[in-house]
Design a protein. Sequence first.
Length: 387
Amino acid sequence: MNRIVSSESVTEGHPDKVCDYIADCILDAALEKDEYSKIACEVACATGLTMVLGEFNTATDFIDVQKIARDAIAEIGYLDPELGFDARTCAVLSAINEQSPDIAIGVDRSLEAREKSKDKFDSIGAGDQGMMFGYACSETEELMPMPITLAHKLTRTLAECRKSGELPFLRPDGKAMVSLEYDGDKPVKVTTVVLSAQHTPDVKDKTLRDGIVDCVIKRAIPQELLGGAEILINPTGRFVIGGPAGDTGVTGRKIIVDTYGGAIAHGGGAFSGKDASKVDRSASYYARYVCKNIVAAGLCKKVLLQVGYAIGKARPVSLFVDSYGTGDDDRILEAVKKVFDFRPAAIIEKLGLRKPIFKTTTDYGHFGKSYLAWEKLDSVDKLKAVY
């Protein structure tokens, strides 16, 4: 039976992504000066205003939040007062507190460490309770679901055409959605492409549509998939007012865009602005790493992994895998337990998460980018050996 699955992506100029990027730039700035910084940074943006909120615990004397925020906004492309949000003139307000000592107790010294464990990976506890998910499948070269992969290619190409000047009428905000038809588990064709692109007020409709179809859609989606798909560009007919001037932005509101495009469940925790002691982020990255290696090792064609944590405890309280009938779940789980260590300290060391690398993750998904440590396939042989 055929089914249609949709996923969306947004450009870095989308108001929520503006906030995510500022938060990750602030996190990286703290890690550059103190790799053990504990940061939980939230950002909100609206017309002419950026607010930075959060809890910081870092050895560095000063983080120039004003400059970091303005530089991030400028890098995205908001440098025109006519857009209602300008890096040089918008107000930047901050309200930052120290991390709660009640949380710090368990993060700095885990329950296991307080019970006299000498194992170095028992040293720190999870920064929060909750469940995190990882996923991988054989639909694409990146081992990601195809709908979200195509949606990210659309928005990335849209941004590239704006920045290069190839489509000079484009402005920073934009989003795309791809609907893909499956025959069983096999992607067959794209049925619908929805693309909304912020633009200058004077561009003609035909110029806008032809430019986006030729320079964005046909470049991002292979012709054999695109075929006779319905293409909807700026369905309301106009998208001049955009970015934070058109819609308030807040960190953490694009968690499905950031992950697997709705192909699987999400635990609820956002990523941007959080250091690696927050397992919302680090354990989600590690779960993706585990799943990608499982599929690459040929143990199954697709797999979901769930891991659960208690705040202040190093060792997970639960671990679950589902290969959707494409593998032996019990054997996969046993192999995972033998090869991978889900304690936060082990994850941080394995993936190098004390480095200031987080602003490279913010846009176009946190997964499927070959340069990220959690996308490496360096545990395939280990899994095969114990399976």
